[in-house]
Write a protein that binds this ligand. Structure first.
Ligand SMILES: O=C(O)c1ccccc1NCC(=O)[C@H](O)[C@H](O)COP(=O)(O)O
Length: 266
């Protein structure tokens, strides 16, 4: 595990232990969003004409510090909903400046599936994800054993949540199991924070054909999407490229317009 992941995971374990005392897991069934019907990212990604973009609401990050301290979650999520296949909302507060309330607010206005972007280290957080209104969860291979991935993914399935498994390199391919719906390749090296979409391109052939592949991080132009799409990727997780602008909604809309016109001219 990289140093940053080790720190995040250690903090998360502590946070979850405290939360379990404060909010018993059984109480999550009473949350209004627990009862909502779930949306499928798989259906949305595979829909004819999908942009494949999973647009992320991200205030800050370990690699960049503050990215956007003013954009309101409802405004951004409403704009993303117009053309994204899905929306990712970070709920980690310490490192990413997110909260569960961001996801709850996003659920009120989103019309596409919502990914709870969180460092899941305990099945408690999967029940919490459903309670706040997520449609899918992220499992990060670098923080979990293959057995934990299998177990957490089956808990998610019981709760009707889809599962995105994230890998960073070849050594993490062993974490792929039947219970995960998508395999994401994160292009960010967590030791150096450098991003390189060649990581996705290199790993694509090792991803089982029945799991839509999602390229994550460091996507900053439409050419990258065209290259990744050509290689076979169905999804493109993009955060900073939109959130670094004063108006992420406008940045997203312009990006989509440029993507659609390059597709027409192909
Ligand atoms: O973004 C970071 O600095 C980071 C550091 C350590 C662990 C995870 C991190 N990012 C999480 C993500 O996966 C990204 O937010 C997501 O893929 C979007 O990436 P980007 O488009 O580069 O903002």
């Amino acid at each position: 595990m990289s140093n940053i992941l080790e720190k995040i995971v250690a903090d998360k374990q502590l946070e979850v232990a405290q939360k379990k005392q404060a909010i018993p897991v059984e109480t999550y069934k009473d949350y209004p969003n627990y009862k909502l019907e779930r949306r499928s990212l798989k259906a949305s990604l595979l829909k004819e004409g999908s942009t494949g973009i999973i647009a992320e609401y991200k205030r800050k990050s370990p690699s960049k510090g503050i990215i956007n301290a003013t954009a309101q979650v409802e405004d951004v999520v409403k704009a993303y909903s117009k053309a994204a296949a899905g929306i990712s909302v970070l709920t980690d507060e310490k490192y990413f400046g997110g909260t569960n309330d961001d996801l709850i607010a996003a659920r009120k206005v989103a019309t596409v599936p919502l990914l709870r972007k969180e460092f899941i280290v305990d099945e408690y957080q999967i029940h919490e994800a459903r309670a706040i209104g997520a449609d899918l969860i992220l499992l990060i291979a670098a923080c979990l054993t293959p057995e934990q991935v299998k177990h957490f993914a089956s808990v998610a399935k019981q709760l009707e949540l889809e599962v995105l498994l994230e890998i960073h390199d070849e050594t993490e391919l062993v974490h792929i199991c039947d219970e995960v719906d998508f395999v994401g390749v994160n292009n960010r090296n967590l030791k150096t924070f450098s991003v390189d979409i060649n990581t996705s391109l290199r790993l694509f052939d090792s991803i089982p054909a029945d799991k839509p592949a999602i390229a994550e991080s460091g996507i900053s132009n439409t050419d990258a999407i065209l290259t990744l799409r050509e290689a076979g990727f169905k999804g493109f997780l993009i955060g900073e490229n939109f959130m670094k602008e004063n108006d992420p909604s406008f940045a997203f809309a312009s990006f989509v317009e440029s993507l659609q016109s390059s597709v027409k001219n192909e």
